[in-house]
Design a protein around this ligand. Structure first.
Ligand code: CP
Ligand code: NVA
Length: 336
């Protein structure tokens, strides 16, 4: 990287101390792809950098209160949300920027207007877009036609912001990645896919316990195992919950019926019956194993009240970390 000190130094002077980290990171060549659509968009080094920035954001909120002053973030949501919407809106506010929530009825992505036209129009008004959608291809199309960063706030394929918050939470609680085993019990869905990629990149072993026919896509298993081969992370697939959970350091689960699958709810309750995270299952894991869930939880289905309310449950720290990690993502993507 060439030494453009005069320009960046001027910018640092002009924008003040709060912005110097952003400019500094940019000068050091710490760059990310334009968009964050899946965890595969990030290298392990970039994830670690996001986590160290998250540490700073958690320690000293005031220092970053103007870094995104004058910037606006559009939240285009085709599905309901509590955590994703609120954490992005409040996160943007805490960084000095603004956000606009655009509900399914307003934008009607691809119905009222093509994705390409939505992308090109929003790119003239705002500085970044968070999209919560069904087909992952919608994220890719929006990103392709946008001149501004697009962040996937959940698609049927992936939920990268969730996985970042999850691994940040594990780092906070266990102070390590290597040698840690995460047991994911339930549906091989969007959350599971993102966990597989991030765990493989950071060297965390994953034991999957999924019913037959509800495993992650073969391509996701293949890709995450290939990444795991380079970091030492083992990815094991079981078709029963207790084998997956045996000696695990973390037990993670998600809903049996994801948004958009409501028609299959009855069938899924039968299929996943033996995949409930209950006290009996937890006994097979290491003593003190962390209990994680992306939320919303369907208590009495994928997890019991007793487990989610137990002393080892970190689900609300995990939810809170959504905002801290996403603030780091916003600084990296919108702050340049
Ligand atoms: N975990 C998560 O994404 O929650 P919401 O669906 O409430 O945003
Ligand atoms: N798998 C769930 C995650 C919710 C945060 C869904 O897609 O509905």
């Amino acid at each position: 990287m060439s030494n453009e000190i005069p320009i960046t130094q001027c910018l640092n002077w002009k924008l003040g101390f709060e912005n110097s980290f952003v400019i500094g990171a940019w000068r050091l060549g710490i760059t990310m792809n334009k968009d964050l659509l899946t965890i595969k968009d990030l290298t392990a080094k970039e994830i670690e950098e996001l986590f160290s920035l998250t540490d700073k954001l958690k320690r000293n909120k005031a220092r970053f209160s103007k870094v995104l002053a004058g910037k606006a973030l559009a939240l285009v949501f085709q599905k309901p949300s509590n955590r994703t919407r609120v954490s992005f809106e409040v996160g943007m506010f805490q960084l000095g920027g603004n956000s606009l929530y655009l509900s399914p009825g307003e934008i009607s992505l691809g119905i009222r207007e093509s994705i390409a036209d939505v992308a090109r129009t929003l790119s003239r008004f705002v500085d970044g877009i968070v999209l919560r959608t069904f087909e992952h291809k919608n994220c890719e199309d929006l990103a392709r036609f946008s001149g501004i960063p697009v962040i996937n706030g959940l698609s049927d394929f992936s939920h990268p912001c969730q996985a970042l918050a999850d691994l940040y939470t594990i780092r906070e609680k266990l102070k390590a990645f290597k040698g840690v085993t995460l047991a994911y019990v339930g549906d091989g869905n969007n959350v599971c896919n993102s966990l597989l990629f991030i765990c493989a990149k950071l060297g965390v072993n994953v034991n999957l316990g999924c019913p037959k026919g509800y495993e992650p896509l073969a391509a996701v298993l293949k890709d995450s195992r290939a990444i795991g081969d380079t970091t030492g992370a083992a990815i094991n697939l079981f078709n029963d919950a207790s084998s997956a959970v045996k000696d695990a350091d973390v037990i993670y689960t998600d809903v049996w019926t994801s948004m958009g699958q409501e028609d299959e709810a009855r069938k899924r309750i039968e299929v996943f019956e033996d995949f409930q995270v209950n006290m009996n299952l937890v006994k097979s894991a290491k003593r003190g194993a962390l209990i994680m869930h992306c939320l919303p939880a369907h208590r009495g289905q994928e997890i019991t009240d007793e487990v989610i309310e137990s002393g080892n449950s970190v689900v609300f720290d995990e939810a809170e970390n959504r905002m801290h990690v996403q603030k780091a993502v916003l600084i990296k993507l919108l702050g340049r």
